[in-house]
Design a protein around this ligand. Structure first.
Ligand SMILES: Nc1ncnc2c1ncn2[C@@H]1O[C@H](COP(=O)(O)OP(=O)(O)OP(=O)(O)O)[C@@H](O)[C@H]1O
Length: 299
């Protein structure tokens, strides 16, 4: 697998604020990564560091297996980390022509990229007549002009209405489907769940989880149990079971969290063999939302 970007023990302090704290993760080619965290968790600072607009305090990052300088590497990166700024009285095409000149890219790319972001029909409208969603889409087109290997977006749907949000997410997924690696920062769990294949969850600059989005839910889950017989004995038996991590009581039921794989029929057989008949047994997996809240609130 080709590594696009590696972060190793990256650290950034703004005076007493530890914005990025010993952060390490890898971005592999072809995946869609979300950096997910609440406001102020260090997402923008992290993006700023890897794009050379914020100086790191310590640690390392390397682009494309470290074979080229950051300056050269950034020519293969498309990024939008601030609100897009275009000339209001110029059309989309005129604005993109200017960017082509700055980036040294052929004008041929303009129509192709406007089509990717569904603005081709509106290519000759002045930027000032665009909706916020269209402005954001034009920014994506401009970031794609140099056919980047990776597209980096900071809170790409901030401030947009539901229709605008839907369009941007669809465009990001289409771009990814065509082979461009994506790294986006978001405070919206729902966004990461809908758009990303991988996630790095951070809070106060510290990484809490990194891996597949599916993996965040791939814990072993928990059982809800009840018995009309001896509930103390039920509790004792659960405590003794090696696959059970902890037990709590909630609304008259016992909740037994699993640290290892265990099926409902296995726990049922174990309890029955030890003299307990259950009146209620359900196996549940925590939702991504529960997992995220547990990760970001309780650590
Ligand atoms: N230039 C700066 N000077 C001082 N402190 C800063 C600076 N930039 C960021 N910070 C602080 O660093 C921490 C991380 O901020 P950052 O903007 O990276 O978080 P974020 O996760 O992107 O949040 P948001 O979603 O609100 O933009 C915050 O406490 C912020 O106040």
């Amino acid at each position: 697998m080709e590594t696009i970007l590696s972060l190793r023990n990256l650290d950034k302090k703004f005076g007493s604020v530890h914005a990025v704290n010993n952060l390490s993760f890898d971005i592999e080619k072809g995946n869609v990564y979300g950096i997910l965290g609440p406001n102020g968790s260090g997402k923008s600072t992290t993006l700023g560091i890897i794009l050379n607009v914020v100086n790191k305090t310590s640690g390392e990052f390397s682009w494309f297996d470290g074979n080229i300088s950051t300056h050269e590497a950034l020519k293969k990166v498309g990024a939008i980390i601030e609100r897009p700024n275009f000339y209001p009285y110029m059309t989309a095409v005129q604005n993109l022509k200017l960017i082509c000149k700055i980036k040294g890219v052929s004008y041929d790319k303009i129509d192709e990229k406007l089509k990717v972001v569904n603005l081709f029909e509106r290519r000759d409208s002045k930027f000032k007549t665009y909706s916020l969603g269209m402005k954001q889409r034009l920014a994506i087109a401009s970031a794609l002009l140099n056919d980047p290997e990776i597209l980096i977006l900071d809170e790409p749907t901030n401030g947009l209405d539901p229709q605008g949000i839907h369009e941007i997410r669809k465009i990001i997924k289409d771009i990814a489907r065509n082979g461009t690696t994506i790294l986006l920062a978001s405070h919206l769990l729902d966004e990461v769940e809908k758009v990303c294949s991988h996630v790095v969850v951070i809070r106060n600059g510290v990484k809490l989880y990194s891996g597949a989005v599916d993996g965040i839910t791939a814990t072993n889950g928990y059982f809800e149990l009840n018995t009309e017989a001896d509930s103390e004995k039920l509790k004792e038996l659960l405590e003794k079971h090696p696959a059970i991590a902890n037990i709590k009581e909630e609304e008259g039921k016992l909740i037994a969290s699993l640290e290892n794989e265990l099926s409902a029929s296995e726990i049922n057989a174990y309890l029955f063999k030890n003299g307990i008949t259950l009146s209620h047994l359900v196996k549940r997996m925590p939702s991504l939302e529960q997992q995220f809240l547990t990760l970001t609130n309780n650590n």
